[in-house]
Design a protein around this ligand. Sequence first.
Ligand SMILES: [Fe+2]
Ligand SMILES: [Fe+2]
Length: 190
Amino acid sequence: MREQVLTWLAEHVPATRIDHILRVEEMAIELASLHNIDSEKTASAALMHDLAKYFSPKRLLQMARADGLEIDEVLESNPHLLHADVGAIVARETFGVNDKEILQAIANHTLGRPGMSRLCCIVFLADSLEPARGETKELQVLREVSYSNLERAMWLTCDRTVQYLLERRCTIHPRVITTRNWFLSKSKSK
Ligand SMILES: [Fe+2]
Ligand SMILES: [Fe+2]
């Protein structure tokens, strides 16, 4: 299946994006083994997380609607955010993936979701923190936190995303905030 996905990716995604996907896969496997999560499932989700990254806004909206996804105002005006949900549809329809956790990890890799599984957290974090995202002190700290505490790494990474979007005056999807709040309160209740 890995070869099949890589062949598909070579036709639908530029080489630089494939390099990112492979780095996400590598980091996700590393995090999975550190946190005792099924590394095979995690690797599959990581490999397929950006399947729909280069789909046109029109195609993303069409596929999401056809699958019955709820499209709110923010998604409507920023269809690119749907590449995560649509990636899960492609994984299911093109590669026959039926494992709910793998599909959820793909669907939630951009906005997260309150209560999402540790496997989902790993794909989310590997996507944001893979080595080529940069070598700033902040990213290095976040990577270290992800090795030891997934919940803490989740809300800190959401904080970073929100800060980034605020600085650039970009729209923020409310689910980033609800994800952040959920993992913050989970960390505090421990
Ligand atoms: Fe993505
Ligand atoms: Fe990605």
